[in-house]
Structure formats: structure tokens, C-alpha cells
Design a protein around this ligand. Structure first.
Ligand code: NCD
Length: 315
């Protein structure tokens, strides 16, 4: 075990105590995160074994919004590295007694926490914490803004399956307007040299993405034969104020990944989804559980990416 621990040295290319977004990271920093995640996956036998490099440290998970995968994944990642964890959810906390978010965070920090993982529905919340707390901070999703570890685990999965990112065509399909996963994927993939297409109804996919070199499409069938990867994003009904399309059935007819669409795709197309998936809306059961789907590999890679992120920001 000591031998494995000794193989880990903080890379020169990483000097941050925060992981807030992929927009502000360089290609080198993103590659460092991916390589470190690969290293952790290997050293922990596909994330099954413990590697106590964070022994004696404490990670607090502050989740002010619903989460299944991300919260469990951060918690497990911290414990696999030997850290103590405190899991905090907004319901049942003193927030309901009128305490402010900042006061809650400061009180948790006063318990000698080394890193705070935060999910909040307000964009910018993790950034605010970097200004008010002395601990390391990792963004686990701030409203529709960014979800950097999700972007990284998606990119890591693509790199694992196709061996590279540079030169690939990756389409993000669905509710781009409200998706933090979309934003983190766009920045990360573009920096590593992929061609990114955003595809969905015009009410959810604005032409403004073209300003940063992203291709905008509204017809999935037209772009399908060119795509190496499809990342199927959930319609974020909870973030919408108006109905973006007439019916879910119509959306599914135009954008759901079906066996028929799979037959018109590249032979080695990779089908991804960040989860939770709505079967029959963005993807059919046959495709979600089929041989092109890497949806569960993404979840395993999520552990590796979160180990890498927690380790890097606390060095
Ligand atoms: C995503 C999220 O919460 O932003 N899910 C996740 O983190 N696993 C995507 C979504 O909710 O659709």
C-alpha cells in the first residue's frame, strides 16, 4: 500500500485549491485531472479498494439540491481515500430555522473541515464559498451553470472508450439551456480539441453557442451519421418556467435515441447520459441497456474523477 501511495506526487501542472468550473481551466489542467483519475482507478483496482492518501482529512458534502449519484459518489470517493466525511442536506438542517447559507458553511468549516463539496441551485454559490471559507472547494453543480466533475467523468469515459478527445465529434442532445452538464462538457471538450454539436429544439438550444465555436443543430437525424459520441441530456423540467415543446411524446419522436437511430449511426458510436435517465424520453430502454451504452461506466469513472479532484485540491 505504501508503495502505491508513494507513486502519487502532486503534478506541477496543478496549483488550485478549488474546482469550480471547466471554463477557467487550461487544457493542461483538465488533462492532469483526467490522468490523475486514471491513476486512482488503477491504484484502487477500478475504484474498489481503499487508498488512504487523505487519512486525517475531513470532507464535508453540502447538498442544497437533490442528488443521488453525485452525493454518493463524492462521499464514497472521499472514504476510499481514507478521509472522514460529513454529509449535510438542506432538509432537516438549521437552514429551515432561518440560518443563512454562509453561516451554515462557516459553522461546518469551524469543525476543521479540509474540503467542502457544494451543490446549490444558485449559480455562483461555490465561487462565493471560495471567498468566505479557507477550505478547498469543489463544485458539485451550481444551478444551470457548471458541473465540472460530471464534465470530467464524461470526458474520461470518452477517452477510455475511443482513446482520444482531439478530433472527435461529440453531440450534446437535449435541454442545453438549463444543463450544467452541457456547459461543463462544452468547455472541457472544446479545450481538448473535440468538435462539439449542441442539438435540440430551438427553445432549448440558442444560436449563441456558435460564438464560441460550437455547432448548433435542431435536427438529430441530420447530424447523427457524423457523431462519434452522443451525450443524451435530461429535460430539466424543474428549471423551466415555460413549456419548451408541445409534448414529451413529440420531443421523444424527434430526439430520443432509438434502435432505429442507432442503426443509422457510426458502428462504434458511444452513447452516454449523465443520469438520471428518463427511459422513453431521451433514450429508449433498448439503447440505454444496449452494447453502445456506457452509462454505468460513467458512474464508475465518476468515483475516480472525484478521488482525483478531492486529492488535487487538498494537496
Ligand atoms: C446531472 C445534474 O444533476 O446536473 N445529474 C448528475 O449530476 N448525475 C444531470 C441531470 O440532473 O439531468
Amino acid at each position: 500500500m505504501q508503495e502505491e501511495i508513494n507513486t502519487l506526487a502532486k503534478p506541477d501542472s496543478w496549483n488550485r485549491r478549488y474546482l469550480i468550473d471547466l471554463e477557467s481551466l487550461t487544457a493542461d489542467e483538465i488533462t492532469t485531472l483526467l490522468d490523475t483519475a486514471d491513476q486512482f482507478r488503477e491504484l484502487t483496482n477500478e475504484c474498489r479498494m481503499k487508498l488512504p492518501v487523505l487519512q486525517g482529512k475531513t470532507v464535508a458534502n453540502l447538498f442544497f439540491e437533490n442528488s443521488t449519484r453525485t452525493r454518493t459518489s463524492f462521499s464514497l470517493a472521499a472514504r476510499r481515500l481514507g478521509a472522514d466525511t460529513v454529509d449535510f442536506t438542506a432538509s432537516g438542517s438549521s437552514l429551515s430555522k432561518g440560518e443563512s447559507f454562509i453561516d451554515t458553511a462557516k459553522n461546518i468549516e469551524a469543525m476543521n473541515v479540509d474540503a467542502v463539496v457544494v451543490r446549490h441551485r444558485a449559480p455562483g454559490t461555490p465561487h462565493v464559498l471560495t471567498k468566505t471559507l479557507d477550505t478547498a472547494v469543489v463544485n458539485a453543480g451550481d444551478g444551470p451553470h457548471e458541473h465540472p466533475t460530471q464534465g470530467l467523468l464524461d470526458i474520461l469515459t470518452i477517452r477510455q472508450k475511443l482513446g482520444r478527445i482531439d478530433g472527435l465529434t461529440v453531440a450534446l442532445v437535449g435541454d442545453i439551456a438549463h444543463s450544467r452538464t452541457a456547459r461543463s462538457n462544452i468547455w472541457g471538450l472544446k479545450k481538448l480539441g473535440a468538435h462539439v454539436i449542441v442539438c435540440g429544439p430551438a427553445t432549448l438550444v440558442t444560436d449563441r453557442w456558435e460564438e464560441i465555436g460550437v455547432e448548433v443543430a435542431h435536427n438529430l437525424d441530420e447530424i447523427l451519421p457524423r457523431c462519434d459520441v452522443l451525450n443524451l441530456l435530461r429535460i430539466q423540467f424543474e428549471r423551466q418556467n415555460t413549456r419548451p415543446f408541445p409534448s414529451v411524446r413529440e420531443y421523444a419522436l424527434l430526439y430520443a435515441m432509438t434502435p432505429d437511430r442507432l442503426a443509422r449511426s457510426k458502428d462504434n458510436i458511444v452513447i452516454m447520459a449523465p443520469g438520471p435517465i428518463n427511459r422513453g424520453v431521451e433514450v429508449t430502454t433498448e439503447v440505454a441497456d444496449g452494447s453502445h451504452s456506457v452509462i454505468l461506466d460513467q458512474v464508475t469513472n465518476g468515483l475516480a474523477v472525484r478521488m482525483a479532484a478531492l486529492w488535487l485540491v487538498t494537496q
